[in-house]
Design a protein around this ligand. Structure first.
Ligand SMILES: Cc1cc2nc3c(=O)[nH]c(=O)nc-3n(C[C@H](O)[C@H](O)[C@H](O)COP(=O)(O)OP(=O)(O)OC[C@H]3O[C@@H](n4cnc5c(N)ncnc54)[C@H](O)[C@@H]3O)c2cc1C
Length: 340
């Protein structure tokens, strides 16, 4: 039996800790319940928001529709071959707990993505990534329910059209599917990736002679805990902006006036990825605070709610940052966080 609640505060359901009211709210833990709820919502003709862990969204106003919390649970090894384990996780599983499970089972491939908040269901939607690994590298397939008719559809890696923090579910098929479960292809013989960030140095600090699935996960956790604000203490949604990718010609031009501008070649060198954190810091925002909205002093890519900021205040701060970076460098920052 589905239970639909009215006028619920979304504060406990978003990592920014923003108070906003949902007109209707329902947590569903089975596909049957989800189909039933979608039928109900069709009759109501309400807008629909799918909620996972709420760690990559910002509510700038009340939500005048139905918030559907996807709480489908379960993890299962569905098959294996010579090289891989194929592990299915339901959308409502907590991402980090799923990573811990795979580390424990010696399923290799997602340990670099330890401690990313949120749930499994949003991971392909966002093509989450950290320390040189993205979902698309370990993704086999997903099942999703089509909101218009309740049909369950399977998507393979190509069909998801993954890009940098992007997938078809954020673009062409936006608001059309609810991701139910994801199958990950994880390795039996490890191929470690320790070249990114400070993983190698952290392993040395930890006195680990050889990298292992467990030690890499631990190194990543230690680095992240030092660098990023814990949402249970300071509200935030991780990186607020994407790192802009600009034509390399433009990057070379900028480098003439800004000798230290960092850049990483992408697409065979035709384009260059510039760290948004550097651009934000150079334009004076690092550590900036207005009321309870701020730019985190240790990582300017992260906008924070020090307590009672509204979503609109955080959104306004992000607009000011975008405008100043645009005026100074001619680069348009794009928000990574989903705005509602
Ligand atoms: C401290 C911190 C650090 C972070 N670090 C990283 C990082 O290193 N790398 C990274 O990539 N991200 C990072 N993030 C961002 C965030 O953790 C990820 O984007 C995560 O995947 C969001 O998952 P969620 O379940 O919380 O999604 P939500 O915030 O609940 O939803 C995000 C979007 O996905 C949609 N959605 C959610 N579930 C489904 C579903 N089942 N079907 C269809 N649509 C769905 C929602 O409608 C919304 O538009 C960080 C966030 C925080 C707070």
């Amino acid at each position: 039996m589905i239970q639909i609640l009215e006028n619920i505060s979304l504060k406990p359901f978003n990592s920014f800790g923003i108070h906003a009211l949902a007109k209707s709210f329902c947590s569903v833990s089975s596909i049957i319940e989800m189909q039933e709820l979608l039928e109900w919502n069709k009759i109501q003709n309400n807008p629909l928001l799918i909620l996972g862990g709420g760690s990559n969204l910002l509510f700038t106003k009340d939500y005048n529709g139905l918030v559907l919390q996807n709480a489908l649970k379960g993890i299962e090894l569905i098959r294996e071959d010579h090289e891989n384990y194929y592990v299915k996780a339901m959308a409502g599983e907590n991402w980090h707990q799923f990573v811990c499970y795979c580390v424990q089972m010696q399923y290799q491939g997602i340990e670099n993505m330890s401690l990313i908040p949120g749930n499994v269901g949003a991971s392909p939607m966002q093509n989450i990534g950290a320390y040189g690994v993205e979902i698309k590298d370990v993704f086999e397939s997903l099942e999703a329910i089509q909101i218009s008719d309740g049909a369950v559809v399977t998507f393979n890696n190509t069909a998801c059209e993954f890009g940098y923090r992007e997938s078809i579910f954020k673009r062409l098929l936006r608001n059309q599917f609810i991701i139910l479960s994801v199958v990950f292809k994880l390795r039996k013989t490890p191929v470690y990736n320790t070249s990114y960030g400070n993983i190698e140095q952290e392993l040395i600090n930890m006195k680990e002679q050889q990298p292992s699935i467990r030690s890499i996960a631990e190194a990543v956790i230690r680095i992240r805990q030092r660098k990023l604000p814990d949402p249970s203490k300071i509200g935030n949604a991780g990186s607020f902006f994407k790192n802009p990718i600009i034509p390399t010609g433009l990057y070379e031009e900028l480098k003439k006036e800004n000798k230290n501008i960092p850049g990483y070649a992408v697409n065979n060198g035709d384009y260059t990825k510039v760290p948004a954190a550097w651009l934000i810091e150079q334009t004076g925002w690092k550590g900036f605070r207005i009321g309870d909205a701020g730019c985190y002093p240790l990582q300017p890519l992260v906008l924070v709610n020090y307590g009672n900021a509204t979503g609109a205040e955080i959104f306004n701060l992000s607009t000011q940052i975008i405008e100043k970076v645009q005026a100074h460098f001619g680069i348009q920052l794009e928000r990574e966080v989903n705005i509602y």
